[in-house]
Design a protein around this ligand. Structure first.
Ligand code: AMP
Ligand code: GLY
Length: 418
């Protein structure tokens, strides 16, 4: 099987590595990729936001399977274009990807499917903002209705800050979604879906804020771990039965079946799991820890999704133990970043690349906000943390920063359910 992966983050590096270990894979390419994926797969340039370019590359390269990592090409219809070219594709159609591309659409689907989620209101007129804000709080959740790479959300106890964020979005022409605040620890559950059949992967937890103890602004994700020692044993089955299956059935009933990876972002509240968001693709950085524990060959599994044969795929197999990933970010991230610095230690085992490129002189240099995602594993969460942080200290990038508390509270048994 010739497999082409679209994207350039640490998620795609993790996908490419896992695919390279599947004996069914005879050739592997990644576009546009980064310095890490280039060490394992052929690299091609492509504008991922132009669906016809993605499909043309898949045809020229004679791909048997295309795996689309990021949301931008999916929302733009890249999977539709690839399938129209007669090539199997892992990733939903543009119509189904709206579950991530429009929060308002996601809310409408959830309401129709009876899925528990935060109460919400859309505000598209600044004159109606203050009245709407008064119906929420004392913790305000203010979101951009469209794609915002995890950075369009403000969660704040400060009404003035909530108002400022909402006005910035409205001034930019973006409708604003106000939501009731969901208390309780967060979990990310990835589900493989082939239109009808749902196969959940291990649950993970992501750390969205830039600083230790969840200080500072939201980012694309600063670290993750899996599985979740604190999660109720029924969590995954419950979420599949009460949330994922109804949403999958609702999308199928609308003639927009979901095929690919449905990412459920949850808050585990005192009323049970509630949906914070859906994504239409593998999450980053959770993929780096989930795939570190997956034993089942990945290409066969993703191909079963793409060809609608997930129901006859054998049950998934997992390694025992735990995985932790720590993101090393460029100076300034999630704001304007410094780039072009040489990275030492970037080719070590367990160091996945995101914003990296190889210079003509062979040096690996930083070229993005999230630069590396360092993965550690171990028989316990504590051992996996130690492994990850040991590897982090062997990497050197001027001005870079990372969180020191990824999975710390979970390892100490301090994550509690409300
Ligand atoms: P989103 O872009 O919707 O994933 O939101 C980014 C982050 O904001 C989430 O991972 C949560 O940490 C936080 N968040 C979003 N919505 C809520 C909510 N209704 N209640 C509490 N926290 C939220
Ligand atoms: N880790 C959050 C995301 O992928 O959106």
């Amino acid at each position: 099987m010739r497999v082409l992966v679209i994207g350039s983050g640490a998620r795609e590096h993790a996908l490419v590595l896992a695919l390279s270990h599947d004996p069914a894979v005879t050739a592997l390419a990644c576009a546009p990729g980064n310095a890490g994926t280039a060490a394992v797969a052929e690299s091609y340039g492509v504008d991922v936001a132009t669906s016809s370019s993605v499909a043309a590359l898949a045809q020229e390269w004679r791909a048997d399977l295309v795996v689309i990592g990021p949301e931008v090409p999916l929302v733009a219809g890249a999977a539709d274009a690839v399938r129209a070219a007669g090539i199997a594709c892992f990733g939903p159609s543009a119509a189904a990807a709206r579950i991530e591309g429009s929060k308002a659409f996601a809310k409408e689907v959830m309401a129709a499917a009876g899925v528990p989620t935060a109460h919400s209101e859309i505000v598209d007129n600044p004159a109606k903002l203050d009245a709407a804000l008064s119906r929420f709080g004392p913790t305000w959740v203010v979101k951009d209705d469209g794609l915002a790479a995890g950075k369009g959300v403000a969660v704040t106890t400060d009404l003035a800050a909530a108002r400022t964020h909402a006005m910035t979005l409205l001034d930019g022409g973006h409708p604003v979604l106000l939501e009731s605040f969901l208390d309780g620890p967060e979990a990310s559950l990835f589900c493989l879906v082939d239109g009808t059949t749902v196969v959940p992967l291990l649950p993970a937890q992501d750390f969205k804020r830039v600083g230790d103890d969840d200080a500072g602004p939201n980012t694309g994700g600063m670290g993750a771990y899996a599985p979740l020692p604190w999660a109720p044993s029924r969590l995954v089955d419950d979420v599949v039965a009460k949330i994922v299956q109804p949403v999958v059935e609702e999308l199928a009933a609308r003639d927009t079946p979901f095929s690919g990876l449905l990412y459920v972002g949850l808050a585990i509240t005192s009323d049970g799991p509630q949906v914070i968001e859906f994504n239409c693709r593998f999450g980053d950085p959770e993929t780096q820890v989930v795939l570190a524990l997956l034993r089942t060959p990945l290409a066969g599994l993703l191909n079963a999704v793409a060809t609608g044969t997930l129901a006859s795929h054998p049950p998934l197999e997992w390694h025992d133990g735990h995985a932790v990933t720590v993101v090393i970010a460029a100076e300034g991230y999630p704001g304007p970043i410094r780039s072009g610095d040489v990275i030492a230690g970037a080719e070590a085992h367990g160091v996945l690349h995101a914003g990296t490129r190889r210079r003509d002189d062979g040096a690996i240099v930083s070229s993005g906000g999230r630069v590396l995602s360092v993965v550690g594993t171990g028989p316990t969460l504590t051992a996996a943390r130690e492994d990850a942080y040991r590897k982090v200290t062997d990497v050197h990038l001027a001005g870079s920063h990372y969180r020191t508390d990824i999975a710390a509270r979970a390892a100490k048994g301090e994550v509690t359910l409300p």
